[in-house]
Design a protein around this ligand. Structure first.
Ligand code: F1P
Length: 358
């Protein structure tokens, strides 16, 4: 591998991670000009129970969308892996009059996701909305209507800008459903706010990874940030073949903290709603010798004192708008850890870009 390949300078995955602010701007403007959100909300006016479905990163995206949906609309929503729809329909399919299914798949070709969409619309007569980054996909054929974000599609095997961009689209939809405008305006300002900072952040994460080696990675988040912890855990596993776990922050005290040592990297996705309680766990794990990363919107003395790395977004606006940018430092952590371990994050071990089953 050449020097620039070794340091991953011409990697598609790194380029796509760094392209996120511009990709968000393009996706939001395409959604606005197409009027897709308005049309979907018009059709789905009477539907008040939403089920978000996906596989892998698209399932963790479904979890983040579900949390955003419930917080913004106050309506019941659930996240279900597509495999559960297929294998345990009695437990996971909710075919009520007011029910709506949302099937998320970057490729639009993942067998479980396509089969779930077909089953929900054909056998259970459920309206299915597809969310994808691919053109003319099997998922789009199986769904009544589809949000297609082609600007967010990527060469990378692992999902990075597709994850964050499809999340923005679903948060915009939830904002429209709840008639709450703050989320839309906050999302609109995000790209500009973050564009000037992402390269400096990338250099800081690369430098952090160069200074540390870990045996265990732990990602912690409460509320909507727990879905980010799950996705971040997957990112470091996919791109660096490292052992990683995700927990609700305060749950980490109830046993899992037994693993904490100087060889443990603990990343905290700190919410504004639970900042004090979550920062107490941060301080505790730092005192136990763990190496800590704090990802937050507004930092404070406790956070700075108890963290080996702090990413402070400082975005004015809706807390939910911080979800998409918060995943970026974790994507970079996974990427640079993979490069440091002489792996190629563009070609993760054992993985295929799409899981096709017979
Ligand atoms: C889902 C997915 C990805 C994972 C890998 C395999 O794909 O599980 O999350 O990183 O690429 O496929 P999709 O259904 O969203 O295309």
């Amino acid at each position: 591998m050449s020097g620039s390949e070794k340091s991953g300078r011409n990697s598609a995955t790194l380029a796509e991670i760094l392209s996120q602010p511009e990709t968000w701007r393009r996706c939001l403007s395409e959604l606005e000009s197409s009027g897709a959100i308005g049309k979907i909300l018009e059709e789905a006016k009477s539907r008040t129970e939403w089920t978000f479905i996906g596989c892998g990163s698209s399932f963790y995206l479904a979890e983040a969308a579900t949390a955003s949906w419930t917080i913004l609309t106050g309506q019941l929503a659930r996240a279900v892996p597509a495999s559960e729809i297929l294998l345990f329909p009695g437990m996971s399919v909710h075919a009520a009059e007011n029910a709506q299914a949302v099937v998320i798949s970057r490729s639009g070709r993942t067998s479980e996701a396509v089969k779930a969409a077909q089953m929900l619309s054909q056998e259970h007569r459920l309206p299915a909305l597809g969310v994808t980054c691919a053109a003319d996909s099997q998922l789009e054929e199986a769904c009544d209507r589809t949000i297609r974000l082609q600007a967010a599609d990527e060469k990378s095997m692992v999902m990075t800008r597709s994850f964050s961009s499809m999340l923005l689209a679903l948060q915009l939809l939830a904002g429209g459903k709840s008639c709450k405008t703050e989320i839309a305006s906050s999302l609109g300002r995000l790209a500009h706010h973050f564009a000037g900072r992402i390269r400096a952040l990338s250099a800081q994460v690369e430098e952090f990874v160069a200074r540390h080696s870990f045996a265990d990675y732990v990602f912690l988040g409460q509320g909507p940030f727990h879905a980010l912890a799950r996705e971040a855990s997957l990112k470091i596993t996919e791109m660096s073949c490292s052992y990683s776990q995700a927990f609700h922050t305060l749950e980490f005290r109830h046993g899992p903290k037994a693993i904490v040592s100087p060889a443990t990297c603990l990343t905290f996705f700190l919410s504004e709603s639970g900042l004090d309680a979550e920062s107490e766990v941060l301080a505790e794990m730092h005192d136990l010798g763990g190496v800590t990363i704090a990802i937050c919107n507004r930092s404070n003395d406790v956070i700075r004192r108890s963290s080996d790395f702090v990413f402070e977004l400082a975005l004015d606006g809706a807390e939910l708008a911080t979800l998409a940018p918060f995943i970026v430092p974790a994507q970079l952590l996974g990427y640079f850890t993979g490069v440091k371990k002489n792996l190629n994050p563009d070609e993760p071990k054992n993985l295929s870009r799409v899981v096709i089953l017979d």
